[in-house]
Design a protein around this ligand. Sequence first.
Ligand SMILES: [Zn+2]
Ligand SMILES: [Zn+2]
Length: 425
Amino acid sequence: MADQITNYKCPACAGRLFFSAKSGMMECEFCGTKYTVQEAEEMFAEADAKATQAKSEADAKGEEWSVDAEPWREEGMKSYTCPSCGAVLVCDDNFAASSCPYCGNPTIVPGQFADMLKPDLVIPFKLEKQDALIALKKHYGKKFLLPQAFKNADHLDEVKGVYVPFWLYDGKAFGDCTYEAVKSETKRANGEEITIKEYYNAERRGTLAFEKIPADASTKMDDNLMESIEPYKYEDLKPFSKAYMTGYMADKYDVEVEDNAPRAVKRAEQTIKDALKADVKGYKTVTPKKENVNVSRGNAYYAMLPVWLLTTRYSGKQYTFAMNGQTGKMVGDLPVNKGKMWGTVVAVLAAIFGICFGLAKLSLPVSIVAAVVGSLICLLILSSSMKSVAHQRTATNYIAEGGLNVVHRSDTFVRREEERKTQGQ
Ligand SMILES: [Zn+2]
Ligand SMILES: [Zn+2]
């Protein structure tokens, strides 16, 4: 069986060649020779072409293979042979790049990046494993509620650099919205408090263009985790080359461009709603009455973006942390020491009550309310400090140059209301 995998090896000494996040070049592990990504592409073009050919032949033949002889085929698994050591690697269908677990050679399946499957763009890794470990320590930081045993464990099950497949969507959003906008003014005169409210009907129509809203195209990846390490800086986007994948893991996409698009569209819709509402200025309150928005999609790009994934287990639960391999942004929810959390809440409750009732001589009901509200705020701050993974509702980082273009803007006066209160009530 012909090899479907390419090992990238140094032409000078046959040592392993890896893409170095530090130098941005291909480096030989043994003799230290450096090659540009372009040079590596050229050196391995022939081997890649052969491996691609072998894969398409194997795929074509695939249906004839017996499930009994190769049971993994049934579960969408494939087997590859490492050209360096001959080991059989059983991987899932989307597998595209990794290192051979037996000989450590970077293994690339060029066929997974051929033709329709070839990514358009890549952001190469800029940060190394060591950077991810340091960032994780920082992420634990001096978090008061982090269980000491978790902090002490200092053990990670896995640390891996992964190129995650993404779809990046261009698009243009249109919005036609109406708001109730209210101006409010309070005056005091002759022992009376007079509040004058002016109601306006505000209309805004406009457009907002977006460039490359990202949505990860791997079912294996948690969507919220991937949205939480945004944004990537697109000035580092490069035309795709397999050479960047050496030494890292990569899967091809398994979510189609059309299936993933609603994620980007929803974010664009919310962003134009927010932008048009923010354009209604000079009022005390602005409440949407009608929000008609729609998004017309533009180009979509297939891109591989760098992520460091770190996993650990603590009291029977898996914790996953992700770091943006370009910017270093680290996210991942942390376990909470519940005893310490409730202890703190009770202490805060008691302290506030003591100050209000004992020192400030406030009434009993007021003191109780103050203590409860204060301790609830404390609870909220404490528990939110442990959470950093969240769904992104908007796409403000991907607004194209020029920003919001308002084509219709009208504010019409509707009515005036006056409210009088005798002071002291
Ligand atoms: Zn070498
Ligand atoms: Zn091997």
